[in-house]
Design a protein around this ligand. Structure first.
Ligand code: CTP
Length: 396
């Protein structure tokens, strides 16, 4: 769920700083990229080296190191999220008042991403009206506070002031990203995989689609809190169950159409990633077709175009996203499909690109809307799914 998220962890002066070592490990285990910055007071509790080793990156404490300037602005812009944990009473007071006398505060003031404070201090400091006032101010600026918990404190006093446990901070971060996605609570209809068009009880016409791209989009949409109806053609994909996922197994284009039509009305977003067979055998033999001495001619009739038919009944508040796999005149053909099938966005795969298209774990795409064309590098299908859903979020 947190794969690829860029996190700046700011550690300030509190005995709870040791817990942030575990926080770094847990975030990295979840797939985050973590950069740590510390106040000099924090380095009295836990060494810079410990954080540098765990995060596998330089830890900044000062604005200057070995004659180079630590670029706090860049760090603040790089991050998807900044977590200040532990946040000492001193840092909370300074941040609430715009003081900028160290690397942590400079990064905080120049960051564009959301910021979470996880306070840790002695109970009387936490209860002090000035601390309370500062936390209210920080909240009013749009920051998020993970309240300190109750328990025994370093002073041996018992009360509220303990920094929340790292596991719970990670859970908070996960739900933070889910809830902040525009896909949260949205109904998605996704078609994926190939269709098989029967010729007789043992033979079919099909294609090499693996369904991997559709599954990658499904996983990422679930991560963002969407409710997904996946209409899936025959594949050998390993599908993990999820509370917000319903799978509708189908075989032919006609079955895929019927299942999709039922679900379409309630779908906020429909993503047509299936490689639907355009034609099917006119007659399906009831028994296995026997070989004889002459040639065998097959008459094919047109299948329903699912995306086109549902595009005709698309409502103003529905978003449709299609795919196009092209070998020539790629952009022109994709734009033609965008218009013809009433898509809001089309994902163009080039069959000429190495590592893209059917069966591969990677893909190289262009996203085309009526307004713009965006070209992406060759990436894993999981990363491509993020790019597609990011663009869909922008459309919402
Ligand atoms: N599609 C569909 N039903 C079909 C054929 C295609 O829903 N019977 C959808 C695909 O899922 C994709 C888009 O339409 O999102 C474009 O599919 P593609 O096969 O590239 O286009 P076609 O219209 O079939 O054109 P052609 O095969 O001639 O390029």
């Amino acid at each position: 769920m947190l794969t690829g998220k860029k996190i700046v962890l700011a550690v300030t002066g509190s005995i709870a700083a040791y817990k942030s070592l575990l926080l770094v490990r847990l975030l990295i285990k979840e797939g985050c990229e973590v950069r740590v910055i510390m106040t000099s007071s924090a380095t009295n509790f836990v060494s810079q080296l410990s954080f540098a080793t765990l995060s596998n990156h330089t830890v900044y404490v000062d604005f200057f190191k070995d004659n180079t300037w630590a670029n706090h602005v860049e760090l603040g812009l790089w991050a998807d999220l900044m977590i200040i944990a532990p946040a000492s009473a001193n840092t909370i007071a300074k941040a609430a008042n715009g003081v900028c006398d160290n690397m942590v505060l400079a990064t905080y003031l120049s960051s564009k991403c959301p910021v979470i404070f996880a306070p840790a201090m002695d109970l009387d400091m936490y209860l002090h009206p000035s601390t309370k006032h500062n936390l209210i101010n920080l909240k009013s600026y749009g920051n998020h506070i993970i309240e300190a918990t109750y328990g025994e404190l370093a002073s041996r006093l018992v009360g509220q002031g303990r920094m929340e446990e790292p596991e719970n901070i990670v859970d908070y971060v996960k739900s933070f990203f889910v809830n902040s996605s525009k896909l949260y609570g949205k109904n998605l209809l996704i078609t994926a995989g190939p269709t098989y068009e029967a010729l007789d009880p043992v033979r079919f016409i099909g294609n090499h689609s693996s369904g991997k791209m559709g599954w990658a989009i499904t996983k990422e949409a679930l991560n963002r809190g969407a409710l997904v109806n996946l209409v899936l053609g025959p594949t050998s994909l390993m599908i993990n169950p999820h509370a917000n996922l319903s799978i509708h197994h189908v075989s032919s284009a006609q079955q895929m159409y019927e299942a999709s039509k039922k679900l379409h009305d309630h779908a906020d977003i429909s993503i047509f990633s299936a490689a639907v067979a355009d034609y099917r055998p006119k007659d399906v033999a009831e028994q296995k077709i026997k070989k004889n001495d002459s040639n065998f001619a097959l008459e094919l009739i047109k299948n329903v175009d699912i995306a086109y038919e549902l595009g005709k009944i698309k409502k103003a508040n529905q978003v449709h996203v299609g795919f196009a796999l092209e070998t020539e005149n790629e952009e022109i053909n994709a734009k033609g499909k965008l218009a013809k099938k009433n898509f809001d966005l089309i994902v163009l795969n080039s069959a000429n690109e190495k590592g893209a298209g059917f069966k591969h774990d990677t893909n190289k795409i262009k996203l085309i809307s009526n307004k713009a064309i965006t070209t992406y590098e060759l990436k894993s299908k999981d990363e491509v799914a993020k790019d597609i859903l990011d663009q869909i979020e922008e459309l919402l």
